[in-house]
Write a protein that binds this ligand. Structure first.
Ligand code: SF4
Length: 321
């Protein structure tokens, strides 16, 4: 309760009913919860995390050209609720857990920096992997606290991936060289159908533009690429239009990937409810991952890569394959 983040969170909800619990898993990990019902009225669980604070990078993320990639989980679950989100299958609860002992996360990173598999390569940590941290910034300033922490650390890069339009919440911080802000964008039709609870894409683009203009390192994520009817036209047009709005030369890089999900998560979601046609497409299971067949996904990635390179021939493109 005495952690500053706990006090900030409590101060944001003065009328909230407060229930003291022994351990967050007593509530969060209960069996027979309904993820989607809980998403419609999320509860906030404040907790203290114990080790481990860093996890080996999932095979679901793009190769970052260093073996030193770990992810971390300052928050479990997300304010948004995208149809294709793996969190629905990963967690038994739709409630949000905020770990308030952020200094313990920071200490574990300082330790890891002394003990890297390849010390000549940077330590890369996506910190917004199981949540959308920036979407929470007006409630709890975890994004800005992390930026302040990593600013002075050599050989460390963090990535903050978001669909939020809340760049304004950190715009007064001067941009460090080791923080990448990554916006996930999709064609309008995908946003409206599968990302209904996230901000509209034009607001995300405006946030991204502001970040680029203020000198932040910005990555564009077009991920997952959903192979819907006439996906080629829709994604190519979206990319063309986007590069009329943002200066592509100022992007750090672009990540591309098709839909993919751990098969157990996928089956759990499909069994529980069938609200999205995403879970009824033609997939294969490859190394425990549900994903489109290799010819389809290679074709999709090559098509989009080619299109991006016709507009920006020198663009660095990272692809999940
Ligand atoms: S923004 Fe990301 S983490 Fe949040 S629901 Fe959508 S896919 Fe999941």
């Amino acid at each position: 309760m005495d952690y500053p983040l706990a006090q900030i969170a409590l101060s944001k909800f003065p009328k909230a009913k407060f229930v003291e619990i022994e351990h967050y898993k007593d509530i969060f990990n209960r069996p027979k919860q309904h993820f989607q019902i809980q998403k419609s009225s999320m509860k906030l669980i404040l907790a203290k995390k114990t080790a481990p604070f860093l996890y080996p990078a999932s095979e679901m993320i793009q190769e970052y050209e260093t073996p030193n990639v770990f992810y971390t989980t300052p928050i479990l679950n997300c304010l948004y609720n995208c149809d294709y989100c793996f969190l629905q299958g990963m967690y038994p609860s739709g409630n949000l857990v905020i770990f308030v002992n952020e200094n313990d996360f920071f200490k574990s990173i300082q330790e890891k920096l002394k003990n890297l598999e390849n010390p000549l390569k940077p330590l890369v940590i996506p910190i917004s992997y199981n949540t959308d941290l920036m979407a929470m910034e007006n409630i709890i300033p975890i994004t800005s606290n992390w930026i302040k922490f990593v600013r002075e650390l050599d050989n460390l890069k963090i990535e903050i991936r978001t669909k939020s339009a809340l760049f304004s919440s950190i715009e007064n911080i001067s941009p460090p060289k080791n923080v990448i802000l990554s916006w996930t964008l999709s064609p309008l039709e995908i946003c409206e159908k599968y990302e209904r609870t996230a901000p509209p894409v034009h607001r995300r683009i405006n946030s991204m533009k502001s970040a680029i203009e203020k000198g932040w390192l910005v990555r564009l994520c077009i991920d997952p690429v959903l192979l819907i009817d006439r996906w080629e036209d829709k994604y190519n047009r979206f990319i063309t239009d986007l590069f009329r709005e943002i200066d592509g030369k100022k992007l750090v890089d672009i990540t591309l990937g098709v839909f993919r999900m751990n098969k157990d998560y996928f089956n759990r979601i499909r069994k529980r409810e069938s609200r999205s046609d995403i879970y009824y497409d033609n997939y294969i299971i490859e190394n425990g991952t549900v994903t489109p067949p290799i010819e389809l996904r290679t074709h999709a990635m090559e098509t989009l890569k080619k299109h991006i390179l016709t507009i920006h021939p020198k663009m660095r493109i990272l692809i999940w394959e």
